[in-house]
Design a binder for this molecule. Structure first.
Ligand SMILES: [Zn+2]
Length: 598
């Protein structure tokens, strides 16, 4: 896709309200020129997360996460850069311009845009049909019996597909869309005679949207008994990949992020009923089990997922894969003990239904415990063959957890129940661990602020800086605050003055002397974070020419000491002596500068 012009990027940055965007994830309070709050990236009790509303930057003094408003949206919503710009442009009503693109790419993008329009038109057609047509009376009754209010149904864009064979086909063609386009988004299918007809008829229609609220396809629930499948989903299209989609994600994401927990259910009406009852961090899978891709999609938002669906229906091997993906991302998967035969929407109709559901979610157990119990429960422990079989089934489950206290505990439990030595169980677990070393020890997301007894492992604390790094950062920040003098010092600073990260930052500031915050290097997360930090320091901390000079001289002293040491090692005593004299003069200047500075 063609690049968004930098003018457009700047317009979006200007229009977007970073306090509002980040405020959806954590409460921010004004503190001087900045906003402060609890960090949405690591677990903390007192606020060390700072947001600069003017430059639209954020920085956490606890874990070191930092970036601009686009970086925040990329990180929290799992988007690429241009997607993050687009999402904010949508939200703040900025029209985006793109660089001249190659004609074929432009044609593809426009084709896709038309398909998106077609899906949105269909969604509003179905929605108005639900509320306005006589034919949909029964559907309205059914939804009301499920306890769903008109306001919630409208919020989720629920609609109704008429019984006629060609309403969508004809209406869309009249609006200028081609049959191939209707087929590409799964709205029509081909009859045996070769003609096309509407895929959805006499069905309650649930538009399935992506995280940004764009319609990707539909799920349709039959309203007549003779209709065959009770639920029909959109066919797999370029838009609609069943295994990746979570129904309701667009409505649920902010609530999930706040609670650092996602609740996953099975049905469309369950999601709507739960949202209506105030359990807003809820989404549905497009089937009976959660998939690895869906876990990945949630991993950017929460560190805990509670499955409130029939967890023993999912194949065990599939759940082991899902657990593996969660383990890699340091996410916890839990299972709520849902009563058999009562779905969440039904539970919401009970007098204390919402409370009961919340209690089930709060008391959910670990998925791995659940799976292990499932195997142990059906094992005849008096038979050595059965015990061996059980161990073979359990070992991959334990291996998927990754090493740690929870794994050891479960190993002991399994050994006890199967009457085996723990070392033997552990041996089988190690043998089942993938050769790559199993779940990688990724940087722990450790997001959120759940008050759990066992919080997700926190992100490693930000590394302590050396005094030289503190000094060079102070100087570089002042180069941003006082750009004119900054140019002089950036010219004087060489490799020998700076640490590796300091050199990279200095190079960057030389290349972007004006407004470095608008040019954050997205391909290099560490550097982008450092630049963000420097820009924010430049705003907060006092800068003066005297302080710059002092910091520069101190870095100069470090450089000289390095050279003196190197000359000594080479046995070049003459050079060492002359450098030492230079150092003595420098120390004088430093003492003078300190007197001036104080
Ligand atoms: Zn943090």
């Amino acid at each position: 896709m063609a690049l968004i012009t930098s003018d457009s990027v700047n317009q979006v940055r200007d229009a977007a309200d970073i306090t509002e965007v980040i405020g959806a994830y954590t409460d921010l309070k004004r503190a001087g020129g900045q906003m402060m709050g609890l960090c949405p990236f690591h677990d903390e009790r007192s606020p060390s997360f700072s947001v600069d509303p003017t430059d639209k930057l954020y920085h956490c003094f606890g874990c070191g996460e930092a970036g601009d408003i686009f970086g925040f949206v990329m990180e929290k919503e799992g988007l690429g850069f241009s997607e993050a710009v687009e999402a904010l442009a949508d939200r703040y009503g900025v029209e985006i311009q793109r660089e001249q693109e190659d004609p074929r790419a432009e044609a593809r993008r426009q084709a896709r845009q038309r398909l998106q329009q077609l899906l949105e038109r269909a969604a509003s057609y179905y929605a108005s049909y639900l509320w306005e047509s006589r034919e949909a009376g029964k559907a309205r009754e059914y939804l009301a019996e499920r306890g769903l209010t008109e306001a919630s149904l409208r919020d989720f864009g629920v609609g109704y597909a008429p019984s006629a064979w060609d309403k969508i086909l004809v209406a869309s063609q009249r609006a200028g869309f081609r049959v191939e386009e209707l087929r590409a988004v799964g709205l029509v299918q081909r009859s045996q005679k070769g003609g096309e007809y509407d895929r959805f008829r006499s069905r309650i229609m649930f538009p399935i949207r992506d995280a940004r609220g764009r319609t990707l396809g539909f799920g349709g629930r039959a309203m007549r008994d003779d209709q065959g499948a009770k639920y029909v989903n959109a066919a797999e299209t370029d838009f609609f990949h069943k295994s990746q989609i979570l129904y309701g994600l667009d409505r649920a994401r902010a609530a999930m992020a706040r609670a650092n927990r996602a609740v996953v259910v099975e049905g469309y009406t369950d999601v709507i009923a739960l949202h209506q009852a105030g359990v807003e961090g809820t989404v549905a899978v497009m089937g009976t089990a959660i998939t690895p891709d869906q876990v990945k999609a949630l991993s950017g938002v929460v560190s805990e997922v509670v499955l409130a669906l029939d967890a023993d229906e999912a194949g065990q091997a599939a759940m082991v894969r899902v657990q593996g993906v969660a383990g890699e991302r340091r996410m916890r998967l839990r299972v709520a003990a849902m009563p058999k035969g009562v779905d969440p929407a039904e539970m919401m109709l009970e007098e204390k239904g919402p409370e009961r559901f919340r209690a089930l979610v709060d008391s959910s157990g670990e998925l791995t415990d659940f799976q292990v119990e499932l195997v142990l429960g059906k094992t005849d422990v008096s038979s050595p063959v059965a015990r061996d079989q059980a161990l073979a089934e359990i070992a991959p489950i334990l291996a998927s957890m990754g090493e740690g206290a929870s794994q050891s505990e479960l190993v002991r439990k399994v050994a006890d129940r199967l009457d085996l030595e723990p070392a033997m169980v552990l041996g089988r677990v190690v043998a089942s661990t993938p050769a790559t070393g199993g779940p990688e020890v990724a940087p722990a997301p450790g997001r959120g602020r759940s008050q759990d007894a066992e919080p997700a492992p926190p992100r490693p604390a930000k590394q302590e800086l050396t005094s030289r790094e503190r000094r060079e950062r102070a100087l570089l920040a002042m180069c941003i605050a006082l750009p004119e003098q900054g140019e002089v010092y950036l010219g004087k600073l060489g490799e020998a003055h700076l640490s590796g990260s300091g050199q990279a930052a200095a190079d960057f500031l030389r290349a972007h002397p004006k407004d470095p915050a608008s040019h954050l290097p997205r391909e290099n997360g560490g550097l982008a974070a450092l630049i963000t930090e420097l820009v924010m320091m430049a705003r907060e901390e006092p800068a003066s020419e005297e302080a710059m000079e002092l910091n520069f001289l101190l870095l100069e002293q470090r450089r000289l000491e390095g050279e003196i040491e190197a000359a000594g090692e080479r046995g070049d005593y003459e050079r060492r002596a002359s450098l030492s004299r230079e150092r003595a003069a420098l120390v004088e200047r430093i003492a003078h500068a300190q007197r001036v500075g104080s």
